[in-house]
Design a protein around this ligand. Structure first.
Ligand SMILES: *Cc1c(COP(=O)(O)O)cnc(C)c1O
Length: 296
């Protein structure tokens, strides 16, 4: 399971940014590994180390029917000879043909356990977790989306890969790093790994304001206190998780045409939409150097 690290970084040339004296680099984490891409590789890294240290032979985790985290966990377990169990939200899915995400997870050896929504909501409580471990364990348990302290530490390694490449002189690098937010583990780590004076900007792919508290809590659990160098933009979700809008579709089609690169729409597309919208509103001062993390 050899990753491509550091992942490639390339500058994007776009007249909408040049007009405002902004520069933008794409951090291509989607190219880290074909089956464990993007932030999923970074989030699994120290969890897999911990699982091995604890002598666990099984990984047990949680996700929705289209979870990239379930796919990545199945692939990582397969590559490392660990059994994997995926607890999936939605009892009714058990009777339906598997969608491509779940079919891939099963192909990589993951055992799927479908649970109803109430059970899924209670997944991190002792009664539910104990019952799952009694039936399918013992196992190393990864939370939904893989976001825990070990995942945050893995994502905190990203900023060190950016420095030499985004500036002409040492120490003359980027100013703001942008990333999509699902459960918040990636943003929590990214922000914690930044050197002083730099900022991280998250774009929520889901509706709601809970993600700011989530990111702060992940930083508190990992480092003892949250950092004050990040922000979550909550108005670019386009209707909620996996929802789209005509504006988003138009932006993405245009982006693919201009740059010969079609971003993943559920997370990355919304982040890029938000970044360009903020740029056009004049949110970033002229001269700002931006990095957009292509998480998948
Ligand atoms: C899982 C995922 C995210 C969300 O990451 P979090 O750490 O849960 O916030 C973002 N982008 C892509 C492509 C993903 O698969």
């Amino acid at each position: 399971m050899r990753p491509r690290l550091p992942s490639p970084l390339r500058e994007l040339s776009d007249p909408r940014l040049t007009a405002r004296d902004l520069r933008l680099w794409l951090k291509r984490d989607d190219l880290i590994h074909p089956e464990v891409p993007g932030n999923k590789w970074r989030k699994l890294k120290y969890n897999l180390v911990a699982a091995r240290e604890q002598g666990q032979r099984t990984l047990l985790t949680f996700g929705g029917a289209y979870s990239n985290h379930l796919r990545a966990t199945a692939a990582a377990g397969h590559a490392l000879g660990l059994a994997t169990v995926g607890v999936v939200r939605g009892e009714e899915l058990a009777d339906r043909p598997l969608n491509p995400s779940l079919a891939f997870a099963v192909e990589r050896g993951m055992r799927l356990v479908f649970v109803d929504r109430a059970t899924y909501r209670a997944k991190h409580t002792a009664p539910v977790l104990d019952a799952l471990l009694a039936a399918h364990g013992p196992a190393y348990v990864l939370p939904e989306g893989g976001s825990n302290e070990a995942a945050v530490r893995g994502c905190a390694e990203l900023p060190a890969e950016l420095d030499d490449e985004t500036g002409d002189e040492p120490g003359d690098g980027f100013d703001v790093v942008c990333v999509a937010v699902g459960t918040g583990g990636t943003l929590a780590g990214l922000a914690a790994g930044l050197s002083p004076g730099r900022r991280a900007l998250g774009f929520a792919a889901l509706r709601g304001d809970f993600l700011t508290a989530e990111v702060a809590d992940l930083q508190r659990r990992t480092y003892g206190a949250p950092t004050d160098n990040w922000h979550v933009a909550t108005d670019f979700h386009h209707g909620g998780y996996a929802r789209r809008s005509p504006e988003l579709d138009t932006f993405l089609a245009d982006f693919a045409h201009r740059h010969d690169f079609a971003p993943e729409p559920i997370y990355v597309g919304k982040m890029l939409f938000g970044l360009f919208a903020l740029a056009e509103r004049g949110t970033f001062a002229p001269g700002t150097r931006l990095v957009a993390v292509i998480t998948g």
